[in-house]
Write a protein that binds this ligand. Structure first.
Ligand SMILES: Nc1ncnc2c1ncn2[C@@H]1O[C@H](COP(=O)(O)OP(=O)(O)OP(=O)(O)O)[C@@H](O)[C@H]1O
Ligand SMILES: [Mg+2]
Length: 241
């Protein structure tokens, strides 16, 4: 499975309706109260509070190693809190039913969530079949990110930017209620960077919630309605310079 499984969370066909219902109900998409997360026995996040209403777009800044990816992994249900209470899309992390919400979460991480030996079309069609969508929908998503001409290429022979675009096609295809982007702009050309902005807008229009990690505050500023910085394991409001 290579690097695919851990950073990948697929979404289901009714996600758009669920996200809009959450937004209409004024539900919290994310509610973290005094959360701690330990990575390989080292405390990374501690006493972290964060509340995001459905439809919010949050930007996360922070130094290397401060815990930004760890926070995204927590929100993707790939890490559990060692202390505090964490609720994502109405489910408490560590409690029953968490696997159900994975179908409503998409994460684009440091590494592409692609099977290296499958072609781009096969990768996207695989996700489509897992989530009850058609091969045609997968092909349309690839075309929408400018990869129709590369559909028959194996993922392992794609450039970093192409693989990132294919990851974005997965998001386009699966319409998540919670979109988690980890330094997604890194290595992207202007067209693909615009695509990220477009995707975030689409998720938000459907009532979904986005969390974007970046080292470029100016890029986040135009996209996000709130910025925090991870410092000493906590999410502190970012004050404009
Ligand atoms: N595989 C690992 N093994 C051991 N410790 C790890 C591992 N991954 C992360 N950590 C620890 O967790 C801390 C937080 O890592 P994380 O990846 O969340 O930081 P980050 O803010 O995303 O950094 P970057 O800006 O470099 O991506 C690191 O300081 C590191 O000590
Ligand atoms: Mg990181």
């Amino acid at each position: 499975m290579g690097r695919t499984g851990d950073d990948m969370a697929h979404t289901g066909p009714s996600t758009a309706r669920a996200a809009l219902a959450d937004a209409a109900a004024g539900a919290w998409a994310v509610r973290l109260d005094g959360v701690a997360v330990t990575v390989h026995r080292a405390p990374v996040l501690r006493d972290l509070d964060l509340r995001l209403p459905a439809g919010a777009v949050l930007g996360v800044l922070g130094a290397n190693g401060s815990g930004k990816t760890t926070l995204l992994r927590l929100l993707a249900t790939l890490a559990v809190p060692s202390a505090g209470r964490a609720e994502v899309l109405g489910h408490e992390l560590g409690g029953p039913g968490v696997t159900d919400i994975r179908t409503r979460i998409a994460m684009v991480g440091h590494f592409p969530a692609l099977y290296p030996q499958l072609t781009l079309a096969e990768n996207l069609r695989f996700v489509a079949r897992l989530t009850g969508r058609s091969d045609e929908a997968a092909d349309r998503a690839l075309a929408a990110v400018g990869l129709a001409g590369a559909a028959a290429r194996r993922a392992e022979s794609c450039s970093q930017g192409m693989a990132r675009r294919a990851d974005l096609a997965r998001v386009l295809l699966t319409e998540p209620s919670l979109l988690l982007l980890d330094e997604v702009h890194a290595g992207l050309d202007h067209g693909a960077a615009d695509l990220v902005d477009h995707l975030v807008g689409q998720v938000r229009t459907r009532g979904g919630t986005c969390v974007l990690v970046s080292h470029e505050p100016e890029r986040l500023a135009g996209l996000c309605d709130r910025l925090v910085r991870i410092v000493d394991g906590q999410a502190l409001p970012e004050v404009a310079q």
